[in-house]
Design a protein around this ligand. Sequence first.
Ligand SMILES: [Zn+2]
Length: 98
Amino acid sequence: MTESDLCPRCGLEPETLDHCFRFCPKVKIIWRSLGFGLSDTDSHLTLPCWLRLIQREANSVADSMAKEAAMAQHDYLEWIVPQPSLVSLIRMDSSVLP
Ligand SMILES: [Zn+2]
């Protein structure tokens, strides 16, 4: 049995921090499944800079989700008084008169 410095997930590259967090093909699948768009143009960034970029992207996604949730809650809680003519057409068994 020999000890290797290759990544245990893919076995293609040495197990560096950059590889573990960014460049491993197995890790890229995880990032993409979480909704992060990984760009080759970001590959020149240092790991701390790249992590800040990911953090900003995560905050942006979280903000969008919070706004959507707030809108959905607003839509759910908003009740509009139906027109009187509409109410008279709906019977108690939820069927609508022709
Ligand atoms: Zn790997």
